[in-house]
Structures are given as C-alpha cells and as structure tokens.
Write a protein that binds this ligand. Sequence first.
Ligand code: X2X
Length: 336
Amino acid sequence: MTLTRSIARLTVGLAGVALLSAAFSAQARELSVSTVLSDAFPWGQAAEKWAELVEERSGGELTLRVYPNSQLVSGDQTREFSAMRSGLIDAAVGSTINWSPQVPELNLFSLPFFIPDEAAVDAVTGGEAGELVFEAIESRGVMPLAWGENGFRQVSNSRGAISQPADLDGLKIRVVGSPLFQDTFSALGADPTQMSWTDAQPALTTGAVDGQENPLSVFDVARIDQVGQVHLTLWNYMNDPLIFAVNQQVWQSLNEEQQALLRETAIEAGEWEIAMTREEESERLAAIQERGVTVTELTDEQYQAFVDATQSVYEKWTPRIGEDVVNAAQSAIDAR
Ligand code: X2X
C-alpha cells in the first residue's frame, strides 16, 4: 500500500468516526418521568425542577419529559412502580404509598402515628432506615436516587368535625389503593374505600364518599373544600415522602457522568421541593380556613386516642415491612 493510499484511507476512516460521533452526540436521549400530580402541585413541580436541572447541565444531551396525572398508567397510580420496573416508564417521582404494594418496606411511612414530625421524617429518610428502604427498591429492579415530599396527610370530610375515633364511625373514606390504609381506617371504625386519585375527585363531588385524606398542598390546590369537604382535622397521622427513581436497565445504559448528573439533580430538586412544601404549609392552612373550612387540632389526649385505636395496624404491618426497617426508623425518631 502506498503512503498516499493509506493516508487517503485513514482520512476516510477518521471522517467516518467524526460523522458517527456527531450523529451520536446530536441524538439527545429523552427519558419519560411519571408523576401522579401535575405541576400545579409541589409534587409535579419537583419533577419539572428535576427536568430543568438536567436540561441545563447536560447541555441537552439528556432530557426528562414529565408525564403527569398518572397518564402513563391510565390513571392507576398503584401500577406506576411495576410499569417503571418493566421499562414501560423510564423514571418517576413517585409516592411511597403508591409503590408500597410492590415494595412492602415502603409501608413504613404509612404506619399510622409512627413518624410524628418533620425532624422525624428527615431522621428516617436520611438514616439507616432510609438506606434499607432504598436497598429494597433497588432489589426490585428500580434505582432510587433521592427523596421529595408529598407531605403529612390530614383527614377531611363533609359530615362533621373529627376529634376522636368515634367521629369516624361509619364514614365512607376514600383511601389510596394500598391495603394498609384499609386496616387503619377500619381500625378507626370508618368505612374505607380504595380508589385512585383520578376516581377520587368525582367520588367526592357526587358525595359517593364522605371523606378523604391528603396533604394540605393537595387539599389546597385541588380545592377539595369546594366539593363539600368542609371539616379538616390536622392529625399528621403519616407523612408521604416522594422518591425520584429510574428503571434499572435505563440506569445501566447511562454512562457514569450521566448517572452522576441524574442523581445530583434529583437530590437538588428533592431538597428544593421539600423546603418549599414545608414553607408553604402555614399559608395554605390560612387560605383553606379563609375559604370557610373548619380546622380541628387535636389535644395530646385526643391524639393518643387515635394512636391507641390503631395499635393493631402497627403490630400487623411491622413483620411485613421488616422488623429491622421499623427498628432502624424507631431509633432514628427517638434520637432526633
Ligand atoms: O392519591 C392520593 O391521595 C395522592 C395524590 O396523594 C397520592 O398519589 C398518594
């Protein structure tokens, strides 16, 4: 082979490589991100924030496209985790409640009256219990990256003020489609009925159910009071953390730099959203009260009556969640 020919070949070869790599870098990768609530709510805003940060820092190489309102699972939020695991959805900012049918450890957060305040939430998610929960998610085919927060859930209804378990007697309460909720509200003497968020709104409007439970942000933004939910009890009976996560195969297909970028931006978006959700709580409560909702706060004694009435749920669910996870959470709460 003459020198000229080899140079010619090399040039063609190099041009090919250059062309290929140009095509590759121009081919931005888009990942779908599922959420239950839209960006009218802090939850949806958390996902949008994540997408914004990724867009900025990846120079457009990686794009997150948020699909709100559980649309990727036809409104059935309890199928979100399975859809992400199977690759139907690339990523999600999801609720621990909605994923708990597939990841029993996540029921930790739904144990009634177990995690009493924000410091306790942070101690649990930021400590050994949080790590065990993330390991449980990972072992089921999904890579968890960061925490967010839907918030402490409060109960509302259209019939009357709730300040003791007897006030829930026979009330038809919409609960999320996770079995633990059935147990909690049955223990309190209510008549719980499981349905998705999509179905909950019409059910509240028509009066098919008397009550529901959700964080103040959801109550406020969705204007739950305008469908007759005029009695609200602040009982902080459970907190619903959000988790930013990615399907395992998608995760493995990313290079290390992209993985680091996704994780770091998820953590930032989560911290931003948790702070915002907490900051906004008091103004939301004021706005809700101004719209004419009766707000009931519990005395220590009244609170204890709810704790006692739901003790059986704690006992039944601790072995399903795992003693180690519950114990790690309890130690973190005690030490906060
Ligand atoms: O369905 C609900 O109540 C909601 C929106 O809070 C969740 O997805 C857990």
